[in-house]
Design a protein around this ligand. Sequence first.
Ligand SMILES: Nc1nc2c(ncn2[C@@H]2O[C@H](COP(=O)(O)OP(=O)(O)OP(=O)(O)O)[C@@H](O)[C@H]2O)c(=O)[nH]1
Ligand SMILES: [Mg+2]
Length: 329
Amino acid sequence: MTAIADNINDLSRQILAGNIGAGARAIRWLDDGDPRGADVLSLIFPHTGRAHLIGITGPPGAGKSSLTNTLITEQRRRGRRVGVIAIDPSSPFTGGAILGDRVRMAQHTVDPDVFIRSIGTRGQAGGLSRSSHDACLVLDAMNYDVIFVETVGVGQDEIDVVALAHTTLIIGVPGLGDEVQAVKAGLMEAGDIFVINKADRDGYDDTYRQFELMLHLRAESVSRNEIDKTASAWSPPLLRAVAKRAEGTVEIVDATDAHREYLQNSGHFVKRSSHREREQFICLLREAVVDEIMEGMDEDILNSILRREIDPYTAASHELARWRGNTTS
Ligand SMILES: Nc1nc2c(ncn2[C@@H]2O[C@H](COP(=O)(O)OP(=O)(O)OP(=O)(O)O)[C@@H](O)[C@H]2O)c(=O)[nH]1
Ligand SMILES: [Mg+2]
């Protein structure tokens, strides 16, 4: 085994050759905000854009990791190399969920064609989508064919992450009244494929009917919206699964494959990819500009706002004008 390179040129070459240690190092640099991470990214970026990104989300404990585990097996059976990014939104330090993921996907950790990474959010706003986007790029450069991104569908940040994938899987489970409501509110729009897991549990039929109804309502509102006709050409399937017995796995992979084909044939694969890159670019730009403005900001301006001497809109445009003056002089 070759040693993992310290310099960015060699490390990038190792990443492109699929070296797992090299990929892990780059992801860590990017996660830590180490500038070497961005340098590596600039070298590997031209070699990305090929992988099929599949987001998996749903309520806590819905069986997302168990399902991902069976999906990896089926993807491997179809000859594909698989990357997994598991996001732990709640506890970047304790890593409780991360440990659970490791256990549930343990059988794949010895397979050189499967790479599983867990990433935390480190608390910063927007950090979640940035770290997961960066990690996806590294895995993409390592030539993984399919990349699963697992996140708990509880907050807007998490929904944003999976909504940026090419294909978004929403996982529901029987008997969770409130969670179904949550799914209704935030996740229905984002889903390309819906799966009701734990179909061995009581209440499956009721949950199935609820989802069916929600999908029906969604389809109606889509067909009324004539703006994006091609988007309505895909009608999201509703599937059943028992992840702990690997039931429904083949059908789910058939569906993600069909969705990929649909995206490619309709030009939406490229569209979704560019939307993703655009979001990332704007996010980075916004962060950099705000940092720079804040750095030179007059502390008193905040006090002036608090004293009602100046309103926040005027204060913001003053600060922007000051920054512009500094950058153009
Ligand atoms: N009865 C039943 N239990 C299941 C099924 N799939 C998963 N479980 C169990 O549900 C629990 C949670 O599974 P996970 O795969 O960790 O769920 P998760 O959605 O990844 O959980 P978080 O990442 O913590 O939100 C575990 O105890 C699993 O064994 C299923 O199909 N049927
Ligand atoms: Mg999990």
